[in-house]
Design a protein around this ligand. Structure first.
Ligand code: WTA
Length: 664
């Protein structure tokens, strides 16, 4: 049995159940399954009334809404549409005059270990001052601002400042290339870029500003009028006169007060690019009202956040998890949160555990990929084992971004949570805004490898290709049958693609998640089996196979054709495997190695290092049907090292399979 099928097998026979700790059941907001079911029943009975109640209780509206859900132009749903609010005011201003104002909002730990703390009051002043700096450079409500920042307090300030003046931010992960930055500037029509001279990761200083310069110099970015540069390090950076301004210069003389601009509930708070199954990345557009409701609500429901908690989400603000569970959710909840600049393995692989001890973290939210790599590190070096740190402050653990295999789940539960802390395995997507299917820490009995049950009001189901429900126990397509407040509103500038990608006609108007899933025959618990489209999940990062293929063929002096598939990987979940036909004879030996390296570096330049293929195999051609279609399912088997048992009778060139089965 291959590794992946044994892993699947072990989930199928998974019968360990971990009930929530008694004390948590008593104290949690949603107490026991009865508490969960009561909320579900309320949502069932009066769907709109349920959301209206929560939106009134959790959001400060400058103008109250009168209409909850507008389905008149489905699937372009609108929520709370005639209401007005400001997202930043819902994170900061609302705490002023309460005991939270002098509470620590952010504990920032730098790559090198220095710790800086800011209170809510101080954060409000910094956000307001930077918001004034944006305005001074002409940025206003409705403008788009691209943010390309390291994990710093300033990164959060930049996002919050945009929200404060009604500008729509689009954060690009600091690991993406100049080309990716250029495409996103163009697609969003950004009027300003907020970046840093350098970022610090794992003791290394890596450029950011120079990449922005390269992106803008590549053309088509005339929309950018200002580049704000946070000087993270003392290193010099090249200045384009009239366009570039440092943070210090930009805020000099600016007031630390800035009235938040009320925006309509549907006003785009942000556009975040993510990979789809076809073509270029999609700009997922989120609305202000519904999204902010979700950020706040899921902090309460999923994390049961309490005033004394220290919350730590290890994601980057460049991903949706960082948006919802670093920049908006924890602040909307008035929590103290840890923000970490560096990487989990520097200066050693015990960094996470040491930081939990140092900052007395009580809720820790990370990705399976990080857990798997830290298991490996702890296995080979006792000194970085979580058992070496005092983790007694922890009360809830979380997982996000990819399926967590039961083995990793058990290790996390035992060694980090010390069998005391529930693990909330949160399933959701960039398009969802926040958690949709997840255990609740004071209610749901846990099963390793299962994200358990949908949140109240979320109508998740598993259907077949025609949109009909499949019985529990059989796998199918994961859909959400009814809209929810924090759902994607559209793809920026491409409403047709939005409709086609997420609401295909054959699925009866349901939201298509793009994941496969199965519900347990007895409990109805959901288990996600992975993407059913051409999207890969590598270390929790979403990547389109087509995107990587186009990057490869863009090296047109060398590459004639390329096909990219994923294969299971113990550490990264999936690994990228590229099959390449060159414009020269098929290379072997050292030449193949050298060209493979060249192609990997090329992909890193085109997209970013996270998109580098792990395997590159060269062939004289690719397995195609007689009508010229590449047979990807065969390539997937080859990538896994399986022998081909599928029907190959429609294959034009069966001999190619032997050649491609060989690794260079
Ligand atoms: C996967 C990240 C299993 C899934 C928040 C989804 C998961 C994609 C889980 C979205 C989970 C996320 N269990 N799979 N708990 N969480 N996924 O947009 O395939 O970066 O479609 O959002 O990650 O990735 P995205």
């Amino acid at each position: 049995m291959s590794d992946s099928s044994s892993a699947i097998q072990s989930v199928l026979v998974e019968n360990r159940v971990f009930p929530p700790p008694e004390a948590l059941v008593k104290a949690a907001r949603i107490s026991g399954m009865a508490g969960y079911e009561a909320l579900c029943a309320e949502a069932n009975k009066d769907f709109e009334g349920f959301w209206a109640r929560l939106a009134r209780e959790n959001i400060n509206w400058t103008k109250p809404f009168t209409q909850t859900l507008d389905e008149s132009n489905a699937p372009f749903y609108k929520w709370f549409a005639d209401g007005e609010l400001n997202a930043s005011a819902n994170c900061l201003d609302k705490h002023m005059g309460t005991p939270v104002e002098n509470k620590t909002a952010i504990i920032f730990e730098a790559d090198g270990g220095e710790v800086t703390k800011v209170t809510y009051k101080e954060l409000l002043a910094r956000v307001s001052q930077f918001a004034n700096a944006l305005k001074a450079r002409g940025v206003q409500k409705g403008d788009r601002v691209l943010i390309y920042m390291p994990m710093t307090i300033e990164g959060i300030v930049a996002m919050q400042a945009c929200a404060r003046i009604g500008a729509t931010h689009s954060v690009v992960f600091g690991g993406f290339s100049a080309k990716a930055v250029q495409e996103r500037i163009q697609d969003a029509g950004a009027v300003a870029v907020i970046t840093a001279n350098y970022q610090l990761r794992g003791g290394k200083e890596l450029p950011l500003k120079a990449i922005v310069d390269e992106a803008i110099a590549s053309g088509g970015c005339e929309c950018v009028k200002t580049v704000f540069v946070y000087e993270r390090t003392a290193s010099a950076w090249a200045r384009v006169a009239g366009r570039d301004i440092s943070f210090a210069e930009a805020v000099a003389g600016q007031s630390t007060e800035c009235a938040p601009v009320p925006v309509e509930a549907e006003h785009p708070l942000f556009v975040l690019y993510t990979s789809g199954s076809t073509g270029k990345p999609k700009g997922v557009q989120h609305a202000t009202g519904g999204y902010m409701l979700w950020a706040k609500l899921t902090m309460d429901w999923t994390f049961d956040i309490q005033p004394s908690d220290v919350f730590w989400c290890t994601a980057d603000i460049g991903w949706v998890t960082g948006h919802t569970y670093i920049t908006y959710g924890p602040l909307a909840a008035g929590a103290t949160e840890v923000v970490f600049e560096g990487v989990p393995t520097y200066p050693n692989a015990g960094r996470f555990w040491q930081m939990i001890e140092r900052h007395k973290v009580s809720i820790f939210y990370t990705a399976p990929t990080a857990i798997r790599s830290l298991i490996k590190a702890a296995d080979s070096d006792e000194a970085v084992h979580p058992g070496k740190s005092d983790l007694s402050s922890l009360r809830i653990l979380g997982s996000v971004g990819e399926p967590i295999n039961p083995e990793a789940w058990m290790w996390y539960y035992k060694n980090v949570g010390q069998e005391r802390c529930p693990i909330v395995d949160t399933w959701w997507q960039t398009e969802n805004g926040g958690h949709l299917i997840t255990p609740l820490p004071g209610a749901t009995p846990l099963v390793p490898g299962s994200c358990t049950l949908p949140l109240p009001g979320i109508d998740a189901a598993i259907v077949d290709e025609t949109g009909n429900d499949v019985p529990n126990g059989s796998g199918g397509i994961l859909v959400i049958k009814r809209p929810w407040p924090s759902m994607i509103r559209t793809i920026w500038g491409d409403p047709e693609r939005f409709k086609k990608s997420y609401f295909p006609e054959e699925l009866k108007g349901y939201y298509l998640a793009g994941d496969g899933a199965v519900r347990d025959a007895k409990t109805g618990y959901f288990r996600i089996t992975g993407r059913i489209d051409d999207v890969l999940n590598v270390s929790g990062h979403r990547m389109g196979t087509m995107e990587i293929e186009s990057a490869l063929v863009a090296k047109s002096d060398l590459v004639a054709e390329a096909a990219v598939v994923g294969r299971p990987d113990d550490l990264t979940g999936e690994a990228i495997c590229a099959f390449v036909v060159l414009k020269r004879p098929r290379p072997t030996g050292d030449e193949a190695k050298q060209i493979a390296k060249e192609l990997r570096d090329w992909v890193a330049k085109e997209i970013g290092p996270i998109a580098k293929p792990k395997d590159i195999r060269f062939g004289d051609n690719l397995p195609k049907t007689r009508s010229g279609k590449i047979m990807r399912r065969l390539l997937r088997s080859l990538a896994k090292g399986e022998s081909i048992t599928q029907d190959t009778s429609t294959l034009e060139n069966p001999a190619i399979l032997d050649q491609l089965a060989q690794n260079n």
